[in-house]
Design a binder for this molecule. Structure first.
Ligand SMILES: NC(=O)c1ccc[n+]([C@@H]2O[C@H](COP(=O)([O-])OP(=O)(O)OC[C@H]3O[C@@H](n4cnc5c(N)ncnc54)[C@H](O)[C@@H]3O)[C@@H](O)[C@H]2O)c1
Length: 332
């Protein structure tokens, strides 16, 4: 019997997850789609699936074995807690929540369930952990193939920021990927951060300093730099280079075809994150479904990973609000 999945939020990511679950993921069936926008739910849902504008109806439906939350960040904590009440496994898109307080609430509720049942119901969509490039980079770091890592340089660029993006939400929504992947990559917790910005593009609103530049210091002493540029206009790009004692290792852009013509070389750049991380989204979903089908704990990021990233984001926002002062991350 396939795992019957209900998907909440049928926007860019929800529609992508629905398409994957309905076409390439083995052992899953999308049976229910919820979106406040009924037309959007209907457009994204497979023909056999039910649709609703009420996510609670989906979570409590007997037609659903597991839930994907792909609605706005501000809805994550509440919907995950509802899934906990229904004792339904949930894969929540990143971030766990935009605020530290909500993240703590979810982690406390998750801990209660783990104490009572021995298993967590929550998986978190930090899908870079499934990206073949990041996996290979992590292997190189873990095996010390190039000696001890010393610095990491990350660049994260989008074509344009979502409407309403602020300098703070750029951290909790976008930079959160690096706040999760760097400790995972280096096997070392982020202990200290700083946030800086110089000139801002005229394409950013007044509430957003864009680009911004962040530093992350991990417990192992490695320093990571991150340029976050959400209105880069030209396309989507995620870069990561680990500089070690004997060499450097960097993610390669996943260009499938390059063009050479009239004395120039041209490589298409994706418009957004979906083509770049298509494999990661698919591998993550398959790992989640396969684990649920086998009665195992899914090997995805979990509640504590979401909280750790939220704690670092909280410190980063403190740095932003204190003129870029170096700020310690408190895990206690
Ligand atoms: N993992 C990644 O790489 C990645 C990439 C992009 C977005 N995301 C995350 O995925 C989530 C969705 O992002 P998106 O780009 O698809 O946004 P989107 O705006 O395209 O879609 C969000 C959808 O959720 C619906 N919605 C909002 N509140 C709802 C509610 N309470 N109940 C039901 N539906 C509701 C909206 O109507 C909309 O259709 C966000 O949390 C975002 O941070 C993750």
């Amino acid at each position: 019997m396939p795992i019957r999945v209900g998907v909440i939020g049928a926007g860019i990511m929800g529609a992508d997850h629905i398409r994957n679950l309905a076409t390439t993921i083995g052992g899953a069936e999308v049976t229910f789609v919820a979106d406040l926008d009924a037309d959007r739910a209907a457009a994204a849902a497979p023909p056999s699936a039910r649709i609703t504008t009420d996510p609670s109806e989906l979570i409590n439906s007997s037609d659903v074995d597991a839930v994907v939350v792909a609605s706005h960040d501000s809805t994550h904590a509440g919907l995950v807690l509802e899934c906990f009440e229904a004792m339904t496994p949930v894969l929540c898109e990143k971030p766990l929540a935009p605020t530290l307080m909500e993240s703590l609430d979810v982690v406390a509720a998750d801990a209660d369930i783990v104490a009572a049942t021995g298993v967590s119901l929550l998986s978190l969509g930090f899908m870079r952990r499934f990206d073949p490039g990041y996996v290979a980079l992590r292997h190189a770091v873990r095996t010390r193939a190039q000696g001890e890592p010393l610095m990491v340089h990350c660049i994260s660029r989008n074509a344009s920021a979502a409407p309403g993006t602020t300098s703070e939400s750029a951290i909790t929504n976008s930079a959160i990927h690096e706040l999760d992947i760097i400790p995972w990559l280096l096997d070392s917790a982020i202990t200290e951060v700083s946030w800086q910005a110089g000139r801002s593009t005229r394409h950013a609103g007044t509430a957003l300093q864009d680009p911004s530049f962040m530093t992350l210091r991990t417990a192992d002493g490695t320093l990571t730099t991150l340029e976050l540029y959400l209105n880069a206009r030209y396309g989507y790009s995620t870069r990561c280079e680990v500089v070690s004692e004997l060499g450097a290792a960097a993610l390669q852009d996943s260009v499938l075809v390059g063009f050479e013509q009239e004395g120039t070389r041209r490589e298409p750049i994706p418009a957004d994150w979906r083509p770049r991380f298509a494999d990661a989204y698919r591998l993550q979903l398959q790992a989640w479904i396969s684990a649920l089908a086998n009665g195992e704990m899914p090997p995805l990021a979990g509640a504590q990973d979401g909280l750790n990233a939220a704690l670092v984001a909280h410190a980063m926002i403190q740095s932003l609000h204190s003129s870029g002062a170096s700020t310690k991350v408190s895990y206690s």
